[in-house]
Design a protein around this ligand. Structure first.
Ligand SMILES: Nc1ncnc2[nH]cnc12
Ligand SMILES: [Zn+2]
Length: 346
């Protein structure tokens, strides 16, 4: 008799809520796009690229990531990049994906706003039909730039309203609290948009509090630093504010020394609505299922805990209600035999 649990995260439908499309640019694609668009890059081979991908903190990563995204120039590039991500995500049983894109990182290099948004929107339209995956763009505004840039991005993006699921805040965190963006976020809310912000990734718990109180966000991206503030932890649990946690990203950027020291399980047990995401999978070593599998192995996450994490992603998604309930029912059906002991291979 064998009692190895038959649990495979691939069988579990899930939403990915925190992934930067520019961070899905795999090294092979980066080299191809550089060649196709005649963009000079500091790498000649995959090995050059892979040896550059060692980071000491968020800033050291962002510098490499900003250099990499300069190879993206045309609508076709954004289409192919997004299509490749959505195809890969569907293999992980992602049924709904909300991808961050930062148009200002591209428009400041002369890439038209339309090329970014049209390319991504076309990839979503095809993926919806061909792969039954839904979602859309989280319009990312840059916290280290003037708020005027953010207001302009919102106005420019209104033409793609059907494809934009939310406004988000990203970029270097330390020294850039979210508060100054309060009116930007109020504008998004007035347009009926959902909102989210990176906070408490490497910045202090106060930034999480500020994002909730001043930006009035629906979700927090990362948020792992909240543990240093027990009152904030209780508040996040009581208010059910979802955290889009990215375990492999946090280790790659040395926020935790390794996955064994990640606080994901503690946050879950404190009653927070924690989700698992990839952030920048081409840079941090894995897509969403890899994040689940590696975190589960390092932290001893049970099947029950992993199902809760996946269910939280559906609860926290900005998605169609019927579709949400359909997939939450699938998770309930996977969960049921756990309680009757039939999951074991005996
Ligand atoms: N982890 C991260 N934090 C802030 N901004 C980002 N842009 C891409 N990845 C990011
Ligand atoms: Zn991020």
């Amino acid at each position: 008799m064998n009692s190895v649990p038959l649990f495979d995260i691939k069988a579990v439908p899930k939403a990915e809520l925190h992934v930067h499309v520019e961070g899905t640019l795999e090294p092979g694609m980066l080299l191809d796009f550089a060649r196709r668009n005649d963009v000079a890059i500091p790498y000649r081979s995959m090995n050059d690229i892979l040896s550059a991908y060692r980071f000491s903190d968020l800033q050291s990563f962002l510098e490499i990531y900003w250099a990499g995204l300069t190879v993206l120039r045309t609508e076709r590039d954004f289409y192919e990049l997004t299509r490749a991500y959505l195809t890969r995500a569907r293999e992980d049983n992602v049924v709904h994906a909300e991808i961050y894109v930062t148009p200002a990182d591209h428009t400041e290099r002369g890439v038209p706003f339309d090329a970014v948004m049209d390319g991504i929107s076309a990839a979503y339209a095809d993926a919806r039909l061909q792969r039954d995956i839904t979602g859309g763009v989280i319009l990312c505004v840059r916290r280290h730039k003037p708020v005027e840039e953010a207001f302009a991005a919102i106005e420019a993006a209104r033409r793609w309203r059907d494809g934009v699921v939310a406004l988000g805040l990203g970029g270097p965190e330390k020294g850039y609290p979210p508060g100054p963006f309060d009116e930007v976020f109020a504008r998004a809310r007035a347009l009926g948009w959902k909102t989210t912000a990176h906070a408490g990734e490497e910045g202090p718990p106060d930034y999480v509090t500020e994002a909730i109180d001043r930006l009035r966000v629906d979700r927090i991206d990362h948020g792992v630093q909240c543990e240093a503030d027990p009152a904030l932890m209780r508040r996040l649990a009581d208010e059910g504010t979802p955290l889009t946690v990215c375990p492999l990203s946090n280790v790659a950027l040395q926020i935790f020394p390794d996955l064994q020291h990640h606080n994901l399980r503690r946050l879950l047990h404190a009653g927070l609505c924690v989700t698992v995401n990839s952030d920048d999978p081409a840079y941090f070593g894995g897509h969403v299922n890899e994040n689940f599998v590696r975190a589960a192995a390092a932290l001893g996450l049970t099947a029950e805990e992993q199902l809760t994490l996946a269910d939280n992603s559906l609860k926290a998604a900005f998605m169609d209600e019927t579709r949400r309930q359909d997939y939450r029912r699938v998770i309930r059906d996977i969960r049921a035999p756990l309680h009757t002991g039939h999951l074991h291979d005996d």
